[in-house]
Design a protein around this ligand. Structure first.
Ligand code: C5P
Length: 310
């Protein structure tokens, strides 16, 4: 068995988040394009002989208990392995803001599946890990696979799309004092848009096919940047002042191609033709973001999800 394992856990943004309808299990049927970015947490794992799974984190406010997706992933993996005596120390370095719509928690959970499968020498295939990830959270399979993916169903059915012709740059902003509850955002969407939901599998399949055929996806390119759509933005932004401020400031950045909220928010992002343009725009606007109470990052598209590091 390996002594220590380090995994990088990238964040994601939504280039397209379309709520198609409501399912009989209460979840929403989605048609999304998700994209990994190089803003990432890091998970370090080492074996522990005492049979305990313990998590520590460099961010004091974050729960390291059984509600953390890292712990839930570790427990599920150990249970499925049948070796109940397996133990591990896990340490999480958080860089992805929490409660932001960037799938930070899901990515940490995906990293735990990958890290402990290696550390404990379990030999689960990628498909087996993806199935476990889907049990733990709708976004978690994407976080394991990463890159650019169409995500259907409740988000867990993946179809990879061609890599971007060039890596877009991204400026990302979030008010650190604001977080949005994902169940609340979907509830609001149902309340405000439910009358327009599609009602049957044939209609869902037709929309999936339209998204697969979208010209901007083959491959992503700056000459025809993704139009960006987020149905949750329509319901979250009117009720969240920091999202309105973020979108307004991002739209004013020189060189921005498109601007949107990510996931259920409140983080928002602007796309740029390349990383240099994003860096320059952020440097010029840093004071304005700070005055508006927004944390800001520049980053790039990334072609992978949770990944073992050397
Ligand atoms: O799957 P996950 O635990 O991340 O989902 C969190 C919540 O978001 C769900 O309990 C549900 O309220 C909402 N959700 C949804 N439809 C989806 C994904 C999430 O309604 N496709």
């Amino acid at each position: 068995m390996t002594a220590t394992v380090r995994v990088t856990a990238p964040a994601k943004i939504n280039l397209h988040l379309e709520v198609l309808g409501q399912r009989s299990d209460g979840f929403h049927e989605l048609a999304m394009v998700m994209q990994s970015i190089d803003l990432a947490d890091q998970l370090d794992c080492s074996n522990s002989a005492d049979g305990l799974i313990q998590l520590s984190c460099d961010q004091p406010g974050l729960s390291c208990g059984s509600d953390n997706l890292v712990m839930r992933a570790a427990e599920l993996l150990r249970q499925r392995s049948g070796f109940h005596e397996l133990g591990a120390h896990l340490h999480l370095r958080k860089r992805i803001p929490i409660g932001a719509g960037l799938a930070g928690g899901s990515s940490d959970g995906a990293a735990a599946l990958l890290a402990l499968n290696t550390l404990w020498g379990l030999g689960h295939s990628q498909d087996q890990l993806l199935a476990m990830a889907a049990e733990l959270g709708s976004d978690m399979p994407f976080c394991l696979a990463g890159g650019s993916q169409l995500c259907f169903g409740r988000g867990e059915c993946l179809e990879s799309v061609p890599a971007a012709a060039q890596s877009f740059g991204v400026v990302l902003v979030k008010d650190p004092s604001v977080s949005v509850s994902t169940p609340w955002a979907y509830g609001e969407c149902r309340r405000l848009k439910g009358d327009h939901y599609l009602c049957d599998e044939d209609a869902f399949a037709q929309r999936r096919q339209q998204l697969r055929a979208a010209p901007w996806l083959h491959p992503l390119r700056t000459a025809e940047p993704p139009p960006l759509r987020n149905d949750l933005q329509d319901v979250v932004a009117p009720q969240t002042a920091s999202v309105q401020t973020a979108l307004r400031l991002l739209q004013g950045l020189p060189g921005q191609l498109r601007t949107a909220m990510s996931g259920s928010g409140p983080s928002c992002f602007a796309l740029f033709a390349n990383r240099l343009d994003a860096d320059q725009a952020l440097n010029a606007a840093r004071d304005g973001f700070a005055q508006a109470g927004l944390d800001a990052w520049s980053c790039s598209f990334l072609a992978h999800g949770a990944k073992l590091m050397p």
